[in-house]
Ligand binder design. Structure first.
Ligand SMILES: Nc1ncnc2c1ncn2[C@@H]1O[C@H](COP(=O)(O)OP(=O)(O)OP(=O)(O)O)[C@@H](O)[C@H]1O
Ligand SMILES: [Mg+2]
Length: 256
């Protein structure tokens, strides 16, 4: 999970992030490059032997190519979404009990007890579109708990949202994400919702990003200042190849 390559900073330098014990939030208008970023991260997570993956995809098609790589794949199905998050929450609690018994502050991943990467595309679908209001609130509460407590237990969340608004990403949730990425936004308000309040006033306004260049974005990595970057792009054929290889590594059938 170290040194995942995400693209290039405006300076030409490679963007490399470590995803061990780190969550990522990605916001931006439709077509701004969120799923492209997600594919780039998943392609690398899928090739790590100490990592298992869960995909949530309200649209089905964004993550479909990873279907054979995911240990659980949740489509537009609120019941399965809730059952999956409840399972993850139980896993997290079990890990904390073990860590406490062993006096460990961080889960040490292994092939039998790996990192779990949970990728949600698109957050707003599960928190404001699918299911009933009660189910949506339960989804939000479970995800918030997993984002808040899951890191040290080796459970990593990648959350993508078109709607970077406070009702979808309340400040208390946003501030739990160590990495925040924002592609082009249609308002300065949504830029600040994704990156953090006040960055627009300091000149980091995702509304000014180039709409003809999806993947053009700002990345805020823990504690720093946002940096302009362009996400690396994998074509569908490239994703299919990596997914097939990763599926084989995981002892699954090949997707091509
Ligand atoms: N980093 C990139 N470099 C070049 N082209 C890109 C990049 N990211 C995305 N694109 C192009 O833009 C299109 C839309 O990107 P993507 O699907 O990632 O957007 P999105 O933010 O997930 O949109 P939505 O909210 O509708 O799901 C892609 O199909 C691709 O053609
Ligand atoms: Mg998308």
């Amino acid at each position: 999970m170290d040194d995942f390559y995400l693209g290039k900073y405006a300076t030409g330098e490679a963007v490399k992030l470590c995803f061990a014990y780190k969550n990522l939030l990605a916001g931006g208008e439709p077509g701004s490059g969120k799923s492209g970023l997600e594919q780039t991260i998943l392609a690398q997570a899928a090739l790590c032997v100490d990592t298992k993956l869960i995909g949530f995809d309200g649209k089905l098609v964004e993550l479909m190519q990873w279907a054979d790589v995911f240990d659980v794949f949740v489509g537009p199905d609120m019941r399965k979404a809730l059952a999956t998050l409840l399972w993850v929450q139980r896993l997290m609690d079990e890990r904390y009990a073990k860590m406490s018994a062993l006096k460990l502050r961080k889960h040490v991943p292994s092939q039998t007890d790996p990192f779990w990467v949970i990728s949600v595309d698109e957050l707003a679908y599960f928190t404001s579109v699918a299911g009933t209001k009660v189910e949506q609130e339960l989804f939000s509460a479970l995800l918030r708990d997993i984002v808040a407590r899951g890191r040290a237990a080796g459970i990593i969340v990648l959350a993508m949202t078109q709607r970077a608004s406070w009702d979808i990403v309340p400040t208390a949730l946003r501030d739990l994400f160590a990495y925040r990425w924002v592609g082009r936004c249609s308002t300065p308000g949504s830029s600040d919702v994704a990156l953090g309040a006040g960055w627009v006033d300091q000149g980091y306004n995702a509304m000014n990003l180039d709409p003809s260049k999806p993947g053009d974005s700002f990345l805020l990595a823990e504690g720093g200042v946002p940096r302009r970057m362009r996400v690396a792009w994998m074509s569908d054929a490239e994703v299919a190849q990596v997914a097939a290889f990763a599926a084989q590594l995981r002892g699954r059938k090949s997707v091509v």
